[in-house]
Write a protein that binds this ligand. Structure first.
Ligand SMILES: [Zn+2]
Length: 68
């Protein structure tokens, strides 16, 4: 499961960055399918901000909407 977005915004300063820093595998527990938890393995890309130099992960809206 991958996002097609090629750029993301820095969480620290809001600068748009398209510098891919690294790929990062994440396993997300998804409880939206019923009582049995579902584990999703996602490929979360990390970017590196050109302004503040901090690495940050792209925002995954479908994860944030489901896990509160
Ligand atoms: Zn930044």
């Amino acid at each position: 499961m991958e996002s097609t977005e090629r750029e993301s915004h820095c969480h620290h300063c809001g600068t748009k960055s398209n510098r891919l820093h690294q790929n990062h595998r994440d396993v997300v527990k998804d409880l939206s399918w019923g009582e049995q938890p579902v584990f999703l393995e996602i490929n979360r890309r990390q970017f590196k901000c050109k302004k503040c130099g901090k690495p940050f992960s792209e925002k995954l809206d479908f994860v944030n909407n489901r896990i509160t």
